[in-house]
Ligand binder design. Structure first.
Ligand code: FPP
Length: 236
């Protein structure tokens, strides 16, 4: 793609439609998640080629804990599998991994794995892959409010200093720019508690494609469309 015209630094994706993809094939939902996880690898590779520096994926929401135990176990099983299997590719491709969300809700072995991966990949710099895991935006903002309040009560900050920049610095996403593009697959047109603060000026793209079928061509097409949109605010 013509990188000269690409002003997109950060793409966030709501990967929706795994269940419907599987149902259309008469397969269990977990089969759709397996295909969805495979597609995470394809799209991450495509993203690296496109020159976009940050990719944030909604892998598991705080609401997703309410799905059946079998489905949650299958998703966590896939996560374990991919975190182990893809470690080499992540390091070989100079990808930095970040995990955002309520990690205390995850099992200890997963917490250990993600902390290890974050530490090992911290100096990588071609692409930052941010995985929203056990993530909910309202919860993230409530945590920020609590921490700001604590710092104010402890005298570390002055209430008059609280502004948008400071609030952002209390979010899980403090080290990454706000998304330029948000993509939701599968035809649903809602935000589902994803990066609510961070997408204030983000360009939204909705596609009917189910996540396992979302491919590099469609991604590049969205980036191209983004580059033709006039943006007054939100340029990182
Ligand atoms: C939505 O499909 C997808 C998710 C629950 C999250 C995305 C998960 C993956 C891409 C698999 C990899 C993630 C992990 C945690 C290893 P859906 O089940 O909502 O589909 P539906 O709306 O068609 O039912």
């Amino acid at each position: 793609m013509e990188e000269t015209t690409n002003s997109c630094k950060h793409i966030a994706i709501i990967m929706d439609g795994n269940g419907r993809w599987a149902k259309k094939r008469g397969m269990p939902r977990t089969f759709g998640h397996k295909k969805g996880a495979e597609n995470v690898i394809n799209i991450t590779r495509a993203m690296k080629e496109s020159g976009v520096k940050f990719l944030t994926l909604y892998a598991f929401s705080t609401e997703n804990w309410q799905r059946s135990k079998d489905e949650v176990d299958a998703l966590m099983g896939l996560l374990r599998e991919y975190l182990d299997k893809e470690f080499k590719e992540i390091m070989d491709n100079n990808v930095k991994l970040l995990f955002i969300g309520e990690r205390y809700m995850l099992s200890n072995d997963i917490i250990e794995k993600i902390e290890y991966l974050e530490k090992e990949s911290a100096k990588n710099s071609d692409l930052t892959l941010c995985v929203a895991l056990s993530y909910g935006s309202r919860c993230e903002m409530i945590n920020a409010v609590k921490n700001i309040t604590k710092d104010a009560v402890d005298g570390n900050i002055n209430i008059d200093e609280i502004n948008e920049k400071m609030f952002s610095s209390y979010l899980y996403t403090k080290d990454i720019p706000d998304p330029d593009i948000l993509i939701r697959t599968s035809g649903e047109q809602r935000i589902s508690n994803y990066l609510l603060w961070q997408i204030a000026y983000t360009e939204l793209f909705f596609t009917n494609t189910l996540w396992p079928d979302f491919n590099k061509d469609e991604l590049l097409d969205i980036i191209k469309k983004f580059n033709t949109r006039e943006r007054r605010y939100g340029k990182n």
